[in-house]
Design a protein around this ligand. Structure first.
Ligand code: HC1
Ligand code: SF4
Length: 579
């Protein structure tokens, strides 16, 4: 152990700890900007590039960055001398001298860590002026890159390369021209970017933000010639409260339905309905493949892999093109919902699909890209027209003067708003697997499942494997969240190192609760754990907890689709992948 004294208070920390670690232990606040550490997802950005956290160390000539300076035994540190304060202020002013001052119209205003620090240090003017670096804006369906605002903290690079292993972003050029960009400074859309949005989740400023579509939603609602239908993803209800000023960990399902109605949507539905539908199709596809596999059919490969996460789909299309027959062909719940809304439900309403506008609220930025894929359209009319993130819905609610926390709890509309407990848990890593196992077990054995909870897939760990008994079969299941963890499982499949039967992958660490479009958690992993619990509670509170028991799903098959994997179900609910 190492002894250290900071601002007159002494403590002991293990060797290898930084001054910042020791200060945290002593409850002494040292401001940081580039630094961010999330051990649970193996994210560690310790580049010490911003110098906001400098401190004075006794007997050292230079100030030291607290985030990257290891504690030496007997170290004496001061965090608030005039030299330290002046240095931090100068560093911030230099940063601001090359930073746009358009905070009034910046997407990050109110959530910007640079803005917060400027306020914290009471900076009212910038003493330095001169040339400003300028860079073109890069707009992808999911993300806007505005590198004029980049402060070169490298958090996005750490996320994209170390956690997601996509390798899209890195520092290019030198000196004043230095920028974090894709190779050859290509546009994100032309790279192997998965649109996961995790880079936007860690960007401290407005350099990487979602492509905001809130005004498109307002225009659609205001158009008297359109019928607007909204669906909300499982994970949104676990975090929307945070975007509306409530404490983390509160379920706001009923308030969310009420808010969407107040916003003016004609039909307030739920992606959870389509999650139940996904289980019917994916579960049946799995049982079909398992039987053929056990019968020795050489054309069938296992494991089957879930296909609901569009960033994951894009990842395997780019990185594992030899395994395109492995994922389930089932569309994601978002896209199943759109396809059913614009066929089955448009027919119930007696309107052409072109008159309907389907809006999704998602915790995810890749869903914006997913709905734009050409295979998810009929004669150019997309199944899902507009996707907004949880953050954007929070903004809309505020913009429309809705006092969210005081709203009553309301139900979704029928028929596309009904769901079982299997659906909300889609939003947590392991949830789709658990939902699928509940239905696969009962369809395969014809028996009632003795216990619906599958604890083995319920932890927040990045990679989970388990053996699960389903009737006469013992299934090897794998669950990964975060694309780096997905890569590990995929490598095992590719090499044949382990025979899995089913694998669930979600691109974002922790699953959709940690999606790239969720309210910013600023590295606080407790918030993810609370969101997790909201969704498990929602499942436990439901009377029906297995997708095949959803009466409106049963009705949909009886009246429209026939049975799972029917020709009509294939046409509307399944897809294919591209190299
Ligand atoms: Fe997800 Fe899904 S769970 S992908 O993580 O399968 O975004 O919440 O909506 O489509 O249901 C996201 C969440 C979401 C789909 C479902
Ligand atoms: Fe990398 Fe995901 Fe950001 Fe694309 S969206 S650059 S894959 S972190």
């Amino acid at each position: 152990m190492m002894n250290i004294t900071i601002d007159g208070k002494t403590t002991q920390v293990p060797a290898g700890s930084t001054i910042l670690d020791a200060a945290k232990k002593l409850d002494i606040h040292i401001p940081t900007l580039c630094f961010l550490q999330m051990d649970e997802m193996k994210f560690n950005n310790m580049v010490a590039s911003c110098r906001v956290c400098v401190v004075e160390v006794e007997k050292r000539r230079n100030l030291a960055p607290a985030c990257a300076t290891p504690v030496m035994d007997g170290m004496v540190v001061k965090t608030n001398t005039i030299r330290v304060l002046n240095s931090r202020r100068t560093v911030l002013e230099l940063m601001l001298s090359d930073h746009p001052k358009d905070c009034l119209v910046c997407a990050k205003s109110g959530n910007c860590e640079l803005q917060d620090l400027s306020e914290y240090f009471g900076i009212r003017e910038v003493s330095y002026s001169g040339a400003m670096s300028t860079y073109r804006q890069d707009v992808s369906p999911s993300i806007i890159r505005d590198m004029d605002k980049c402060i070169l903290c490298r958090r996005c690079e750490t996320m994209c390369n170390n956690v997601q292993t996509c390798g899209v972003l890195s520092g290019v050029n030198r000196g004043f021209d230095a920028v974090v960009a894709p190779a050859f400074e290509m546009n994100l859309y032309d790279t192997v970017c998965t649109n996961c949005g995790q880079c936007t989740a860690v960007c401290p400023v407005g350099a990487l933000v979602e492509n905001d579509h809130t005004w498109k939603v307002i225009d659609a609602i205001a158009d008297p010639d359109k019928v607007t239908v909204v669906q909300t993803a499982p994970a949104v209800r676990a975090a929307l409260g945070e975007a509306c000023g409530m404490e983390p960990g509160q379920s706001v399902t009923g308030k969310m339905a009420a808010a969407l109605r107040r916003l003016g949507f004609d039909h307030v539905f739920d992606t959870d309905f389509a999650a139940d539908l996904t289980i019917m199709e994916e579960g049946s596809e799995f049982l079909d493949r398992l039987q053929k596999f056990l019968d020795g059919d050489k054309n069938v490969r296992l494991p089957i892999m879930t296909s609901c996460c569009p960033a994951w789909v894009k990842f395997f299309e780019h990185q594992f093109p030899d395994l395109l027959d492995v994922p389930s062909t089932a569309k994601s719940p978002q896209q199943m919902f759109g396809a059913i809304a614009k066929s089955y439900y448009a027919e119930i309403l007696g309107i052409p699909r072109e008159k309907m506008v389907v809006v999704s609220v998602m915790p995810c930025l890749a869903k914006k890209y997913e709905c734009s894929r050409p295979e998810f359209a009929v004669n150019g009319n997309p199944d899902v027209d507009i996707v907004i993130s949880t953050r954007e819905l929070g903004r809309l609610i505020k913009r429309m003067n809705i006092d969210f926390s005081k709203l009553p709890d309301e139900d979704f509309d029928a028929p596309l708003g009904a769901s079982t407990g299997a659906a909300p848990i889609f939003g947590v890593s392991g949830g789709v697997m658990e939902a699928a196992l509940r239905t696969a077990y009962e369809l395969a054995t014809g028996e009632t499942l003795p216990k619906v909870e599958f604890e083995a897939v319920r932890t927040l760990t990045g990679v989970k494997t388990a053996e699960i008994k389903v009737g006469p079969h013992t299934l090897n299941v794998g669950v990964a969240s975060g694309l780096g963890n997905a890569r590990k499982l995929l490598e095992m499949v590719r090499s044949g190192e382990k025979q899995f039967h089913v694998i669930e992958i979600m691109a974002c660490p922790g699953g959709c609760i940690g999606g790239g479009g969720q309210p910013y958690h600023h590295g606080d992993m407790e918030i993810l754990a609370k969101r997790n619990q909201v969704l498990y509670n929602e499942d436990a509170g439901k009377e029906l907890r297995k997708s095949h028991e959803n009466p409106y799903i049963i009705e949909l098959y009886e009246k429209y689709l026939g049975k799972p994997l029917s020709e009509k179900a294939h046409h509307l609910l399944h897809t294919h992948y591209f190299k």
